[in-house]
Design a protein around this ligand. Structure first.
Ligand code: GLC
Length: 415
């Protein structure tokens, strides 16, 4: 590592402090970390989970507040009761896009239990049980919602109804699933963005019903990384239930985790168009496999969804990626025809993706590879700045700045 722990700690602490926001709800104070100034002033679901994971090394009380704020705007009623919105507009302003002043009507990858248990591990003795008890009902309701509402075919895999839900807004892996909302085959940056806006309006007019949207030919994708992240979250929720002395709940969550884990391994590891096997997303009624060879497939390691053979194969691919570009991991591989190192989600490096892969490699015992991924991630952020995403060849930063989840490099340096 080319940077000292002190330097990394200082940079991460400054970043998270600069992006901190104070607000209130019904007279009660709340605080959270915006992803970045101006572009991303609201609270984002998976961002806040990553922020909490970094904050646990700096300020556990703030980490708990970040998670309290995440669950404060859970959907209270209707078919989506229990869902945690992917965006919270603490000071209003969400009407134009979401028909609600304070929240969106779609979600993001579930990491709240993972984050809560990570914060618990670094909280002073005896101080974690209170916040865990407080968070538990909302996280449990969130997973119940996924099972009830987002697995209509009962195959244990949750479906996303919008690419924003997967957190990979404009990745080529989703292009085929966007066909009915992208006008005139315009897959340019702006064309895709217009498609996402169109899809948002359609989600609203279909009442966010995943079956109606699927049957009408709109986005309905069982994403491999969303589901793998969910496994890790279910495992963490099981551990949380154990700690809170709820053995029946714990057994239920652990069983759900196992079922989703097996479903990912059994249904998503498929012969790829270029030969060999790859992890696919599954789209629509037909469950058509979507492949682009991207880094999302490495995230199944995070949820323990790979057999040892699959894990070995994925580790070999990660090693090859480390050899291809100095800065890793590009979310879309350089040999993909749609690869563009400077274009949003079409070939950039994202630190939160690296963190998930790093965790997955450690889970499977690939510690050297994990260490190398951590070292390069830390150097990238420390050398080139705390950007939203980066060019994998030059390290040049793109998008918003300073971007809060880059503080994850502190977790990579410490954990
Ligand atoms: C972008 C990313 C999304 C993230 C948000 C805030 O929309 O694609 O994953 O949550 O920015 O950082």
């Amino acid at each position: 590592m080319n940077y000292t722990l002190d330097e990394i700690t200082r940079a991460s602490a400054d970043l998270l402090r600069k992006n901190r926001v104070h607000s209130t709800m019904n007279g009660q104070p709340f605080r959270y970390t915006r992803p970045a100034p101006s572009t991303y002033e609201q609270q984002w679901l998976w961002d806040s989970c990553f922020h909490a994971i970094a904050l646990r090394w700096l300020d556990p009380a703030m980490a708990w507040d970040e998670l309290r704020a995440v669950v404060a705007h859970a959907i209270p009623d209707g078919p989506d009761a229990g869902m945690l919105p992917h965006m919270t507009y603490w000071d209003g302003g969400g009407e134009a896009l979401w028909n609600h002043p304070n929240r969106s009507f779609i979600t993001q990858p579930p990491l709240v239990a993972v984050a809560a248990m990570a914060v618990a591990a670094k909280s002073p003795a005896g101080e974690a049980v209170g916040p865990l008890r407080e968070l538990y009902p909302a996280i449990a309701a969130f997973h119940e919602w996924m099972d009830r509402r987002r697995d209509p075919d009962g195959d244990d895999l949750v479906a996303c109804i919008h690419p924003w839900e997967a957190g990979w807004d404009a990745a080529p892996r989703f292009d085929p699933a966007m066909a009915n909302v992208v006008a005139n085959g315009d897959y340019s940056h702006d064309g895709l963005r217009a498609g996402r806006m169109r899809l948002t309006a359609l989600c609203h007019s279909y009442g966010c019903d995943p079956v109606a949207l699927r049957d009408a030919g709109y986005f309905h994708v069982e994403s491999c990384d969303f589901n793998a992240v969910r496994v890790a979250d279910l495992e963490a929720l099981g551990a949380m239930a154990d700690l809170l002395d709820k053995p029946a709940d714990a057994a239920r969550w652990h069983a759900r985790a196992g079922a989703v884990q097996r479903a990912v391994a059994a249904k998503m590891w498929l012969p790829a168009p270029v030969g060999g096997l790859q992890v696919a997303d599954l789209s629509g009624q037909e469950e058509a496999p979507l492949f682009d060879g991207g880094a999302q497939q490495f995230n199944i390691l995070f949820g323990g969804c790979a057999t040892p053979e699959m894990a070995r194969d994925l580790a070999v691919q990660i090693e090859a990626a480390l050899a291809r570009t100095p800065y890793v991991l590009s979310t879309t591989p350089p040999e993909h025809p749609g690869f563009d190192p400077d274009r949003y989600w079409r070939g950039n490096v994202w630190i939160q993706v690296n963190w998930l892969v790093w965790m997955g490699l450690r889970r499977y015992g690939y510690t050297d590879l994990a260490q190398e991924l951590a070292r390069r991630s830390i150097d990238l952020v420390m050398q080139h700045g705390q950007h939203e995403h980066f060019n994998p060849f030059t390290g040049q930063g793109h998008g918003s700045h300073p971007h809060s989840w880059d503080a994850l490099v502190l977790d990579m340096a410490r954990a």
